[in-house]
Every structure is written in C-alpha cells, then in structure tokens.
Design a protein. Structure first.
Length: 239
C-alpha cells in the first residue's frame, strides 16, 4: 500500500511539474514565432544524416488564406475546432473506441490546437510525457489566444513537405503560385498531405493521396461549402 501511495504521489508531482514548466504563450497574440520546435528538429535530423535542410516558410495574413482552404483543413483535421476549448473529448472517445475495435492505432484525436502546441514547442516523439505537455499547452493556447489567431499560426507553421512549412510556402513550392490563387483541387490535395507530409506530395498521383483528397472534397460538398459543379470539376482531376 505504501509503495502504491508513493508511486501515485510521484506521478501526481510529475504532472504538476510538467504543468508549471510550460512556456508562456501570451506573446503569440501579436508576435509570429521566428522558428518552431519542429523546424529545429528537422534541421537536426538532416544534420545527423549529413545533409543541409533548406527551410521554406513565408508568413501570410489570415485573411489572405482562402476561406475554402481554411474549411478544408478544419473538416479534415478538427471539425469541431470552433466548439471545443483545445481538447475534443468526444473525438478522443470515438478514437479510443475505434482503436480498441481494430486492435491498433487507426485513428488519432489531436485537435488543431494540440497540433500547434506540438509544432511550436515539442517534438514528434510518441511518449506519455509529450502528450501531457501537449495537453496543457493546448489549454494554455486556448486561454491566451483567439481561435482565429490559433488557426492563423497553425496554417503558417504546419509541415507540408521536407523543409516546407506553412500554406504559402507550400503553394509556391508545389503549384508555383500564391496560396490565394490555388484551385479547389489544389486545396484538397494540399490538405490531404497534412497527416503524411514527408511521405506524400500534393502533386503526386498516389492512390492514397487521391482517395484522401476525394474524401475531403466530398465533406466540403456535403457540408455546403462547395457547389455540385465545383465538386465534379475538382473531382475529375482526382480519379
């Protein structure tokens, strides 16, 4: 009993320590981060492999990002983004249920806010400590920043290819144009690579990429964000 109590106290103390050691985020209300933990991680990984990673990142204003791209990312990554406070407990419950049914990790439940927390301050390692830090940081980001600012930061720091961070840099690299000039097909293709930025490309004709892009396109259509003619026109390039 004593040993169990000691372990519980140590665990509780560890959680408190993690919470108290979280970085301040209030400066992000008006300041864009000059770099992120994920960018620095990718640079170190390249150096260990004897390579030099060229970082492409171009900040763009929130209003300069097409509304359809914002909706595409939201429906694909965090449909209840504007309804939760950083953690989507309903999605966590559904993910746990599906993962238990399939006996493997088949579905994640990280919100846009959690993904931003990880990209800005943490790493890609899959550990309980990192998840706890991500949890507390997400709550802190939601407390200090508006939803608009969180989404704005996310769209500018998200990894979308080797050395490519943010939607503006991705649009220029893959499609040779500004993010505001992207077509609907290009938007869903770019959104599709978010879960696999280092193994997929929006200009690749892989079966997985086209399936994911078609799925995002169908959600946009079903939720009334695009018309039938837009759906069919964009879908013709994803067959």
């Amino acid at each position: 009993m004593f040993f169990l109590l000691l372990m519980l106290l140590l665990a509780g103390g560890g959680v408190v320590f993690i919470y108290l050691s979280m970085p301040a985020v209030s400066h992000l209300k008006i300041q864009n981060p000059p770099t992120t933990a994920l960018i620095e991680q990718r640079i170190r990984e390249a150096q260990r492999a004897g390579n030099v990673l060229k970082i492409r990142q171009v900040w763009v204003g929130f209003d300069g990002i097409p509304a359809l791209l914002k909706e595409s990312v939201r429906v694909a990554e965090d449909a209840r983004f504007y309804d939760h406070e950083g953690i989507d407990y309903e999605e966590i419950s559904e993910a746990l249920k599906k993962n238990l049914e399939q006996g493997r990790w088949a579905r994640g439940a990280s919100t846009i806010t959690q993904q931003l927390a990880k990209n800005l301050y943490l790493s890609t390692e899959k550990t309980l400590i990192r998840k706890l830090k991500e949890y507390f940081l997400a709550l802190q980001l939601e407390k200090e920043l508006s939803k608009r600012r969180i989404f704005h930061l996310y769209l500018n720091v998200i990894e979308l290819g080797p050395g490519i961070f943010g939607v503006e840099a991705a649009a220029r690299h893959y499609f040779g144009k500004s993010v505001g000039q992207m077509s609907l097909e290009e938007i869903v293709r770019l959104t599709a690579v978010i879960p696999k930025p280092l193994s997929e490309s929006p200009v690749r004709q892989s079966r997985w990429l086209k399936w994911k892009a078609r799925w995002i396109l169908s959600i946009l259509y079903k939720t009334g964000h695009i018309r039938a003619d837009q759906y069919h026109q964009a879908g013709s390039g994803l067959k």
